[in-house]
Design a protein around this ligand. Structure first.
Ligand code: CAO
Length: 445
C-alpha cells in the first residue's frame, strides 16, 4: 500500500481535480527553488473567472523545480513543481492529499486522484540535492500570501509588500492586513502604500519657460494633512442655504456697539454660535472614529476650528467652548487668532482640540465649494458669500397669492465623512442650522 511505503526522492506535484475548470491561469507562484515547504503549504494560486484557488503541497520537502510561470494556463494533471520530498513526511501517513483552498464563490471539488508522482530513480540520482534552506523571508517581489488575503488587500488598497507577515514562512495572514490598515489609519503617511499611483513627473520646460519656487512649510504640512483627510474619509458635500435676513438686521443694529469695543462683527461670528448649538443636538457631528473604526468617540465639548487664510497657506486655529461665549467675545477671539496666524505667532496648542471646523470664503466670494474634512473630525462647514435674492412668500405653490421678497441668503456647504455621517443626517444638520440662523431667537431656547 502506498501509505506504508516511505516516499523519498523527487516528486512531481500536479494540478489536482479542480472541478470543471480547465485552462486556469497561474496568478501567483508562492514558492521557489530551495524553499522548504510543509504539507498544506500553498504552492501556487490559480484563478478562474469564478474563483481563486491555492494549490497546497501534498508533501513536505524542498522545492527543487518550478514547472509553471505566471500567466500559464493549467488544467488538472499538469505538472506544477518538483519537490524533494522528505522521507516519512506527513503525506506518507495520509495518502489522501488536501483539496485546494477555494474560499469563494464555489468550493473546490474534492480530490479524486493522487497528486504526487514519484519520479524515476535515475532522475533523482542525477540531480544533486540542494543545501538545507534558510526560512523564507518574503521579498516585495515575492510576497507570501494566499488569494483570499490578496483579494482583501486589493479591496483595501493595501500594498502587501509593506505588511508584516506573521504566518509560517513569513506568510501574510488576514489579521496582518487588518493590523497594517489599522497602523496606517493611526498615523501612516498620506497616500503612502495605498495603491495610489504616483503622478508622473513632467518636464514642463519642454513647453515654455518655468521657475521652481519652494513651498512654505505651512503649505507642505497642510498638503500632507489634506491628502491624508481626502484619502482616509469618503467625502460627500451637502449644499444648503440659510435665510440670514433677520440676523443681518440684528448684526447691523450691533455695529455701533461693536465698533465701540473695537470690533467688526461678521456673519461668521453668528454662524459659530449657531453651529455650536446644532452640534449640541447632533453629537455624531462632533465625534471621531475610534482607532479600528468600530466605535465613535463623541466629544462633549464645543471647540471649533476656523480656517484662516495666510500668506503662507491655510492654518486652522481653534476657539474653545464656543457654546458658552457671547458674539462679541467670539469676534474678539477670532480676530486675535487670525492676526496671530498671519503673523505666524500661533502655538501648537492654538491649533488643537477642535471637534468641528468652519471654513468661510464669504468675505471673498463664490457660491458654493466642497471643503475637505479636517480628519479625524467628521464634518466641516463651508460658508460662501451672502447674496440678496428674491424669495417667493407662497412657498412651493407658484400660483399662491403671494409676493417676492428680497432675502439675504447664506450658502452652506457641509462636507462630511460618509463612514460616520449619513446623507439624511447631513441634510437634517444643515436644515436645523438654517432654521436657527433664520430665526436667531432659537439660540435663546
Ligand atoms: N458673506 C458676505 N460677506 C461676508 C461673509 C459672507 N459669508 N463673511 C464675511 N463677510 C464680510 C465681513 O463682514 C467683512 O465685511 P466688512 O469688511 O464690511 O466688515 C468682509 O467680508 C471680510 O471678512 P473677513 O473674511 O475678514 O472676516 P471673517 O470674520 O468673516 O473671517 C477669517 C475671518 C479668518 C475666517 C477669514 O478672514 C479667512 O481667512 N477666510 C478664508 C478661509 C479659507 O481660506 N478657507 C478655505 C479653506 S479650504 O477649505
Amino acid at each position: 500500500m502506498a501509505a506504508e511505503e516511505p516516499v523519498s526522492g523527487e516528486t512531481v506535484i500536479r494540478v489536482p481535480d479542480i472541478g470543471d475548470f480547465e485552462d486556469v491561469e497561474v496568478v501567483e507562484i508562492l514558492v521557489g527553488p530551495g524553499d522548504q515547504v510543509e504539507v498544506e503549504d500553498a504552492l501556487v494560486s490559480i484563478e478562474s473567472e469564478k474563483a481563486t484557488m491555492e494549490i497546497p503541497s501534498p508533501v513536505a520537502g524542498l522545492i527543487h523545480e518550478v514547472r509553471v510561470a505566471l500567466g500559464d494556463s493549467v488544467s488538472e494533471g499538469d505538472a506544477l513543481m518538483v519537490v524533494l520530498a522528505e522521507a516519512a513526511s506527513a503525506s506518507v501517513q495520509d495518502p489522501e492529499p488536501a483539496p485546494p483552498v477555494a474560499p469563494s464563490p464555489e468550493p473546490a471539488a474534492s480530490v479524486s486522484e493522487p497528486l504526487v508522482e514519484p519520479l524515476a530513480e535515475k532522475v533523482a540520482k542525477s540531480t544533486p540535492a540542494p543545501a538545507a534552506p534558510e526560512p523564507k523571508i518574503p521579498s516585495p517581489e515575492g510576497v507570501h500570501a494566499g488569494p483570499g488575503v490578496r483579494r482583501r488587500a486589493r479591496e483595501l488598497g493595501v500594498n502587501l509588500a509593506e505588511a508584516q507577515g506573521t504566518g509560517p514562512l513569513g506568510r501574510i495572514l488576514q489579521d496582518d492586513v487588518t493590523d497594517h490598515v489599522r497602523a496606517t489609519m493611526q498615523g501612516g503617511g498620506a497616500g503612502q502604500g495605498r495603491g495610489v499611483p504616483p503622478v508622473p513627473a513632467v518636464d514642463f520646460s519642454r513647453f515654455g519657460p518655468v521657475r521652481e519656487e519652494p513651498l512654505a512649510k505651512i503649505r507642505r504640512v497642510s498638503a500632507q494633512n489634506l491628502s491624508r483627510s481626502w484619502l482616509n474619509a469618503p467625502h460627500v458635500t451637502q449644499h444648503d442655504e440659510a435665510d440670514l435676513t433677520q440676523l443681518e438686521g440684528f448684526r447691523r443694529e450691533c455695529k455701533e456697539e461693536a465698533a465701540r469695543q473695537g470690533l467688526k462683527l461678521s456673519p461668521l461670528h453668528f454662524v459659530l454660535k449657531a453651529v455650536a448649538r446644532v452640534l449640541l443636538e447632533f453629537p455624531d457631528f462632533r465625534s471621531s472614529l475610534a482607532p479600528g473604526g468600530e466605535a465613535l468617540i463623541v466629544k462633549d465639548y464645543f471647540h471649533l476650528g476656523v480656517a484662516v487664510d495666510t500668506d503662507n497657506g491655510l492654518v486652522v486655529p481653534v476657539i474653545r467652548d464656543v457654546d458658552s461665549k457671547g458674539i462679541f467675545e467670539l469676534a474678539r477671539e477670532l480676530s486675535d487668532l487670525a492676526e496671530r496666524a498671519r503673523a505666524r505667532r500661533l502655538g501648537p496648542g492654538d491649533m488643537q482640540g477642535a471637534c468641528f471646523t468652519i471654513s468661510s470664503l464669504g468675505g471673498i466670494g463664490g457660491t458654493a465649494f466642497t471643503p475637505i474634512v479636517n480628519v479625524p473630525e467628521v464634518a466641516i462647514l463651508g460658508l460662501s458669500k451672502l447674496r440678496v435674492q428674491p424669495h417667493w412668500s407662497g412657498g412651493t405653490d407658484p400660483g399662491a397669492d403671494a409676493v417676492f421678497e428680497s432675502r439675504a441668503v447664506l450658502p452652506l456647504s457641509l462636507s462630511y465623512d460618509h463612514r460616520v455621517i449619513d446623507g439624511a443626517a447631513a441634510a437634517r444638520f444643515t436644515t436645523r442650522l438654517a432654521v436657527i440662523m433664520g430665526q436667531p431667537a432659537h439660540l435663546l431656547l
